[in-house]
Design a protein around this ligand. Structure first.
Ligand SMILES: O=C(O)CCC(=O)C(=O)O
Length: 250
């Protein structure tokens, strides 16, 4: 197997290198996209309370986030660590990728958005990470799809505020672009690429699976990451940075 760009991935790799983000609308076929929806429901039922968080909305508490479930779900583990997913990530990293962490952000109707941020400060282990967003539902501006600032991933950590989100002086001057994603579509982004999202103003869910990988040459960092994260969640936090704009309830 080659870890460079193939005919299928060469455009993806050059766009990703230039922009720090690339959309792959047809990553999953229709059958796999339908299974993803079923599997998301399964992991919600099976994930313990420590790794599942709710948020308060105008119509009451709703599920906001579910994380750390791949080890208990064979179908998802296969999908996220082999085939077209593994091939695309290997091309982006230039070597095989290892699963670092995964979560579903549910963003149900009324669910809150996320402040402008880079993910890198939330990843205490490893130097380089790429996240694959897989759309479980169609996502657009009305239900809070992601927005990115292209081409700013090569500048390291940008000035941040106390919550480790981007300082408004920099966030206000970035060129933000919405990245809608239809169900089964993917968006790959670098952990230094600035991004943000709005609330879900629609009456439809905007569930998205976020799967983060590191380069295999950095080793398997997953167990250390989740041990660290569980310690912080026990202190009542939802994330390692303060980007979530909603009212979290546990
Ligand atoms: O799901 C979203 O709308 C944004 C999520 C995000 O940026 C994050 O969890 O770091």
């Amino acid at each position: 197997m080659t870890f460079g760009a193939s005919n299928r991935t060469d455009g993806i790799v050059s766009d990703f290198d230039r922009d720090g983000v690339v959309s792959v609308p047809d990553l999953l076929d229709e059958g796999t996209a339908a299974r993803l929806l079923e599997w998301a429901d399964e992991v919600v039922r099976e994930t313990d309370g420590g790794m599942q968080h709710c948020e308060q909305t105008a119509s009451g508490p709703v599920l906001a986030r579910t994380e750390d479930f791949v080890d208990r779900h064979d179908g998802l583990r296969d999908l996220l660590t082999s085939g077209v997913v593994a091939e695309t990530l290997a091309a982006l990293f230039g070597e095989p990728a290892i699963l670092f962490k995964e979560k579903i952000n549910h963003k149900l109707p009324g669910g809150a958005g996320y402040a402008p941020h880079q993910d890198a400060p939330a990843y205490p282990y490893g130097l380089r990470h790429v996240t694959m967003l897989l759309a479980i539902d169609d996502a657009g501006p009305e239900n809070g799809c992601l927005e990115f600032a292209r081409g700013r991933h090569r500048e390291g950590l940008l000035p941040a505020d106390d919550a480790e989100c981007l300082a408004s002086s920099i966030a206000d001057e970035l060129a933000w672009e919405a990245f809608p994603a239809a169900r089964g579509g993917a968006v790959f982004f670098d952990s230094f690429t600035p991004h943000r999202s709005g609330p879900n103003h629609s009456d439809r869910p905007r569930r998205a699976l976020y799967v983060t990988y590191n380069a295999a040459s950095e080793g398997d960092l997953r167990a250390r990451y989740y041990a660290h994260k569980r310690r912080h969640l026990a202190e009542g936090r939802v994330s390692l940075i303060g980007h979530f704009q909603g009212r979290a309830i546990r």
